[in-house]
Design a protein around this ligand. Structure first.
Ligand code: URA
Length: 435
């Protein structure tokens, strides 16, 4: 078999066999097929798409490219939640402690920021001392102690995804449905959790911008999960605007803590409760009644138990509990600058992609793979979608350690903001459920 023939076959729009897909992924993992041939194949997939069978074979080839079931020594139901990538999305830090309160084990491998979207591991790295690079064995110990642990993806799990992702990131082939499906589900099936709840974002800040594309993505992932015997569902959720008020790293951890303290923004709280409730439901809690599961999720917040779980886990992973109890003690950026409204009116549009890009320009994310993140930088949205603002009032506050970065970030905010005399319609954060 030759990589050349497989690239040509896909370029011509023909269906690849399981053997051909495994040959490519195996060759990529072993370093035997050069990046330029894999990149050409990715672009062919981007334009030609993949059949359901091809997507399944690619998912399974990614799953089988490394170690599987890294948390097999954890007793009880193991659950995971995975988002397709968003702006201001700190729900993992809220959902994992909530479900852990009810005995559902969460040994979560999370990612770093991609493109304009943030990553849970970067956020957790902003907590002094917190170790996101524990081995699966160390993570298992933490889960057995506290019920949850969040670490970065190990090199041993689905290594083909890491290699493919790095190439997709630089060849403009990220937003391809079969590539997203196989990337997410290849990792999820390798991690081998019993319960998987997917948060499929839709709108300006999502990789899939339209509702229809997002539904197709969710349906494809749920189908693959079910074929593998997983309890799985997907929520289609609004990513047309950022989630909550904070975009960045320590600033998002602070907002997650406020939410666990019961003082969260409505969209962030609603989404966290819904994701947690669906995990609890699929884990057999709440007598199989989603309303009871929602109540359980809300009770974990109001009782303070979920926050306690987070504190215990932060300590078990080497972080300082003081920062969770007093998030005002997070190190601050040296500079801030306010972005002001140019007229009176309602905040009518907050383009999530532009706001995500602004946060990255301030230092909260990476422009290149090896860039260092400034954990103190980011954005705080003084006004969010639907709120009234007066001319000259602050819509958003930018934080950075480099004053020179403000003007480019402010330009993005200007491009991403629409103020209108008309009050925008109220939108639910959870739009649909696919199961
Ligand atoms: N998240 C992933 O893990 N992979 C993708 O391709 C997109 C989002």
């Amino acid at each position: 078999m030759r990589a050349y023939d497989i690239v040509k076959k896909k370029r011509d729009g023909r269906e690849l066999s399981e053997e051909e897909i495994r040959f490519l992924i195996g060759g990529l993992t072993l370093g035997e097929i050069p990046d330029y041939q894999i990149s050409a194949w990715l672009m062919a997939v981007y334009f030609r798409g993949m059949s359901e069978n091809e997507t399944l074979h690619l998912t399974e080839a990614i799953r089988d490219s490394g170690e599987k079931s890294p948390f097999s020594h954890i007793n009880g139901i193991k659950a995971d939640k995975h988002s397709t990538g968003g702006v201001g999305d700190k729900t993992s830090l809220i959902v994992a402690p909530i479900v852990a309160c009810y005995g559902v084990k969460v040994a979560k491998m999370s990612g770093r920021g991609l493109g304009h979207t943030g990553g849970t591991i970067d956020k957790l790295d902003s907590i002094d001392g917190f170790k996101t690079d524990l081995s699966p064995e160390e993570a298992e110990k933490v889960v057995n102690e506290t019920g949850l642990c969040i670490i970065g993806q190990t090199a041993r799990l689905a290594p083909a995804d890491k290699l493919l992702y790095a190439l997709r990131d630089v060849t403009a082939t990220v937003d391809s449905l079969p590539l997203i499906v196989s990337s997410i589900m290849g990792k999820k099936l390798a991690a081998d959790d019993d319960v998987i709840v997917l948060d499929v974002k839709t709108g300006s800040g999502a990789f899939m911008k339209t509702y229809e594309e997002s539904v197709r993505l969710a349906e494809a992932m749920v189908k693959i999960g079910k074929r593998a015997g997983k309890k799985i569902c997907a929520l289609i959720t609004n990513m047309d605007k950022p989630l909550g008020r904070a975009i960045g790293n320590s600033i998002e951890v602070t907002e997650a803590i406020q939410t666990l303290n019961g003082n969260g923004e409505k969209d962030l709280t609603d989404l966290s409760v819904e994701l947690a409730a669906n995990i609890l439901l699929l884990s057999g809690k709440g007598d199989g009644d989603i309303k009871k599961c929602r109540l359980l999720a809300k009770n974990a917040i109001s009782s303070g138990e979920a926050l306690n779980k987070l504190i215990k886990t932060v300590v078990a992973q080497g972080g300082k509990s003081d920062l969770i109890l007093h998030p005002e003690n997070f190190k601050k950026a040296r500079f801030f600058k306010e972005f002001h409204a140019s007229q009176d009116g309602y905040v009518y549009k907050v383009n999530a992609e532009k706001y995500g890009e602004a946060a990255i320009l301030l230092g909260a994310g990476r422009a290149k793979k090896d860039d260092k993140i400034d954990y103190t930088s980011g954005l705080y949205l003084n006004k969010i979608y639907g709120e009234f603002v007066k001319k000259g009032e602050t819509i958003a506050t930018m934080y950075s350690n480099d004053e020179k970065l403000f003007s480019a970030a402010e330009q993005k905010l200007r491009e991403g903001t629409v103020i209108s005399k008309e009050k925008p319609a109220t939108e639910n954060v959870v739009i649909a459920k696919i199961d």
